[in-house]
Write a protein that binds this ligand. Sequence first.
Ligand SMILES: [Cu+2]
Length: 165
Amino acid sequence: MTAPSRAQALEFTSGSLTIDRPWSRPTIGKAPNSAAYMKITNKGSAPDTLTGVKSEVAEHVQLHTVMKEGEVMRMRPVKGGIAVPPNASLELKPGGYHIMLMGLTKKLAPGDMFDLTLQFQGQGEVPIKVKVEKMGGMGAGAMKSGAMKDGHSGHGAHVSGGRSQ
Ligand SMILES: [Cu+2]
């Protein structure tokens, strides 16, 4: 017996690391940027660190986090990587850690897939594919509000995601 629908759930394994459901936002209008998210699980007994990421889908690809500065949530590049402790999961999600895609080289439409390579201190390079998903309810309102107008610094969707948690 086969279950074709299960094949649609993207999962990648490299050593003791599993990458679950990498997804990104579709391009909104002429927005030059997008962000990718996923869950990284470390089933090993040693810690690892996500130190970088690269992809041809954008001119600049960076690890970002969202931090509170006074009353405002702002995103910042992550310095020194993101730790993935043994027997734990690291979730990249709206409002928190994310992979920032700046200067997209193509439009991202729902259903598209693109290649991305995660760079880990221990495991080395882990190539994965990211699926562009339809905008759901979460964040859609914030993006429509024009918060994404200036692309990088706006990040309306991240802001609203963070606040709602
Ligand atoms: Cu960002």
